[in-house]
Design a protein around this ligand. Sequence first.
Ligand code: M6R
Length: 640
Amino acid sequence: MCGIVGVTGSKRVLAILTSGMARLEYRGYDSAGIACTEIESGGHQGAASLLWRKRTCVGTNSVARLTAELGDKELGDGNCCQLAGIGHVRWATHGRPDIDNAHPHFDCNSEIAVVHNGIVENYESIKSQLVDEGHKFTSETDSEVIAHLLESFSSSTKEPIKALKALLDVLEGTFAIAVLFKHLPSDIYVVRRVSPLIVGLHNGIGLVASDIPAILGETRQVYSLSDNEIAIVRPDSISIVGEDGEVSDPIFRDIQWSLEEAEKGGFDDFMSKEIAEQPASVADTLRGRITEDGTILLDQENLSKDQLREIDKIFIVACGSSFHAGLVAKYAIEHWARVPVEVDISSEFRYRDPILNSRTLVVGVSQSGETIDTFQALKEARLQGAKVLVITNVVDSSMTRECDAVLYTRAGPELGVAATKTHVAQMAALYLLAIHIAQSKNVLYPEESLEIVNHLRQVPDLMAKTISLQSNIADLVHRLSNQTTGDAQPTGNRCRRFFYLGRNVGYPVALEGALKLKEISYLAAEGYPAGELKHGPIALIEPGVIVVAIATRNRLWSKMLANIEEVKARGATVVIVAGEGDEESIAKADEVILVPRVPHPLLAPMIDVIALQLFAYHFALVMGNDVDRPRNLAKTVTVE
Ligand code: M6R
């Protein structure tokens, strides 16, 4: 998740680049940079072209700092000599946020500048080959290999299209790439696979962007590149080169969105956008970490099999949604890897004198990597000699500097305060860890772990299917909101009480579902292990209470159905989350949320939780709440 802008043919190249980048800061804000072509001063016939770049890395102020450093004169007066430029805002995935890792990247001779969104999965093997050939690298990124590959491919022909085609043959992974060649100073070359990229043309200005808001101020006519298409963007023309080599003109579409709508990608708010991005978050987190034969590769994360073989006890420490992801992992690790796992709330772990030693692995799970409770808990664990692994979404965050190993989730920036896509990405990372430990300890037969891995690979598609069922959940929420709740409670959602029940991996899902409802709908919701209800809380069940029961099939499913009978008998309205076609579960329900059946019961949380996010989201809308900025909450909690 980064942002790309490109412009050619305008006297306002720098101004268009920097304002476009400012509009993309919600995609990445670790660092920012631009590269531009110019004609040597004087601009006389035969004058040489120049290629230069400028980069900053000051976190959320990166674009503002870059803009200031470029200077008002160059930006404003329309007398600039830049012919074309490309810009990038970065959300670090490979390589910490610093100036060297900021884009654009250059080849060895500073004649090719590249900006890149996505992940080059095979960059390590490419890089070692290029280094052997004598290429000099200046960053830790996967992206820099693109500049050097283009240098290598174009050294003989100087033909960008041939070089880009060769690049497409070599690169694995996802990418949107924009390139400037010094010897073609008015052209921008772009190519994509999976990561989005658009081009536009208006009044003699050619434009490029990863996202519509970046260029909406300049044009409303855009063309979205298809996978493996190349575009040549010039001031007065755009040519598309298809996979088959055919050259065509783009067919533009008209964008009707306002700027605010465009930033949210056409969604009403960031939360619904981020819910929709969940299949990609999981796919990206898994990407490049599973081999063909199902082996999990986390050596790069400093989690080699040798290191893990020694571990005999695991603590997972986290807060909020990250804690719930940790609870799901307990079931998976204990079942697959047969290592005992305790899951602790960070603020409790730190002060409760846990017993740790060098064979203990403490896993800190934190979207932000900054939550003070988790950070301090991990510091304490390290002091006591445990090995510390951090699972986080933010490269180079504080926790990553106080640990032995880091496993990054790749969900991109999450703006909604309520965690959604980072939560499922955490689960994906933890499942990888669970299988990896099992493989390290030889606890699973190879065919068993291959089967699990194959099921895991199917999850993004099942998640997408769950999201596509959203309108049923919206209808259900409206029905429940209009329900008369009987004499026992006053009517109106605000006074209603919700219980979320689950067993086995359904239990952490119940906790997360209740947390989401509390956070954004401000409704009283409690998550509970369904078997524990009869030990007290069942006294609260009466007509008007809504019980959300996670009844997708796991090893305790039939017991779950019995618990559902108990609350039905006491008058609760029961909403059941059930797998499609599961008539036995459906028969017990007053209302049903159907989700796709998941091939492995331990993986169901990644699907079931989406249904509950949507349930909470639609309640919040009915209540008229701001889903992105719920009251009293901060995205990152850095106080104890
Ligand atoms: O950044 P972290 O994952 O460490 O944050 C932990 C919690 O503060 C966070 O999950 C919080 O509960 C969210 N608002 C949940 O939606």
